[in-house]
Design a protein around this ligand. Structure first.
Ligand SMILES: N[C@@H](CCC(=O)N[C@@H](CS)C(=O)NCC(=O)O)C(=O)O
Length: 358
């Protein structure tokens, strides 16, 4: 008899709990259905590239001034210094000795790219005549600018039309906008000869490998343990010059939030990309795979006697972790150092600028 009220309380609690659960579940399901409906409508549609009539009022962090000047064209790179995709774009611009401004984006608040509907970095803002165009996606940026460098009569404006960003579902069923031909160079009406076709096809394959495979072994390696993750973020803070660009409290927040979040995310990424239990081994395996394929050619670079876009991509990605333990371990346990420092020499001396003068 005495137990009855307790039973009633328990029944009540179960009913209330179930009702709250049902309501929350319902709201979540409704939200997902609405999102899916919106995405289904967006499937196959094109996301317009952003065209601005003015420069967003954001302070430039620093200017990279090099010898190669393309009349009438100015670049501003919105980036995180240690993002592998941003490092890839910088490597490409530096190899060709192109000048550009850098805006360092705060990775937590991202207020420097509030003006953009695309919320990732890198974004390369190009100024041509009076138009500012926001180019998204590192590989598309590189393909588009490389296409312009090989034939300047094709303006950035002309070339953007060849890289539409289309809404689609990926193999895992996630909706995204993708530029499917982002690894293609545009030759327009000049049909390249067989040798050039063979070379660019191979270059494309390795650029894609850099984005689809190689880049994914980095995060689980640099955020392997909480301690390593903190070390990595402290190094990012130094290499990215955060002390100069962000207030102290923002910097402390980014280091702490970033280190913990990335340590957790790193574990998920390890699973998603099916890395080995010892993630260092996966890093060495991929680096060796890359080196074996260069060795098969018997040349210094994948591109032959000078780096091609795939050498620049793999180097740029690797450079983003240069101060981390994972990088030191990689140099100590593989022979990638020879190739890496050979590319570094070419990039630091802007060796590609000679091709532009021809
Ligand atoms: N496919 C893109 C990937 C860019 C990307 O994922 N960037 C990361 C930084 S490494 C980003 O901005 N993530 C969103 C965020 O930080 O909130 C590219 O190649 O540019």
């Amino acid at each position: 008899m005495v137990q009855q009220p307790k039973l009633m309380n328990l029944t009540k609690a179960v009913i209330v709990g179930t009702s709250i659960g049902t309501v929350i579940g319902g709201i979540y399901a409704y939200y997902n259905i609405q999102k899916n409906k919106k995405n289904i409508n967006l499937e196959g549609t094109e996301r317009e590239m952003m065209l601005l009539k003015y420069m967003p009022p954001i302070k430039t962090s620093r200017e990279i001034v090099s010898a190669t000047h393309i009349p009438g064209l100015k670049f501003t790179l919105f980036q995180y210094q240690t993002c592998p995709f941003c490092s890839k774009v910088r490597t490409f611009l530096d190899y060709y000795g192109l000048s550009y401004d850098i805006v360092e984006v705060n990775p937590v608040f991202r207020k420097e790219i509030r003006w953009s509907s695309y919320k990732k970095v890198p974004i390369l803002l190009t100024k041509e005549k009076d138009d500012y165009r926001a180019l998204n996606d590192s590989s598309m940026i590189i393909s588009l600018v490389a296409s312009h460098l090989q034939d300047r009569s094709h303006t950035i404006e002309d070339l953007t039309k060849f890289y539409p960003s289309i809404g689609m579902y990926d193999e895992e069923g996630n909706f995204k906008f993708e530029i499917i031909n982002k690894y293609f160079l545009m030759f327009n009406d000049q049909t390249p000869n067989k040798i050039v076709i063979k070379k660019t096809t191979e270059e494309r394959r390795w650029r894609k490998w850099a984005d689809d495979v190689f880049v994914h072994v980095l995060s689980p390696n640099v955020y392997r343990t909480l301690n390593e993750s903190y070390k990595t973020f402290r190094w990012f803070s130094v290499f990215g010059n955060w002390e100069e660009y962000f207030p102290t409290w923002e910097r402390i927040l980014v280091v702490n939030v970033g280190a913990i979040a990335m340590w957790i995310i790193g574990k998920r990424l390890k699973k998603r990309h099916r890395l080995k239990d010892d993630v260092r081994q996966s890093l060495y395996d991929e680096a060796n795979y890359w080196l074996q394929n260069i060795n098969k050619k018997g040349t210094t670079f994948m591109g032959g006697h000078k780096p091609d876009l795939s050498d620049l991509a793999v180097y740029g990605i690797l450079k983003s972790i240069e101060g981390c333990d994972a990088f030191e371990d990689l140099l100590a346990n593989t022979k990638i150092g020879n190739w890496y420092y050979a590319v570094k020499e070419q990039v630091d001396t802007h060796a590609g600028s000679a091709e532009l003068r021809r």
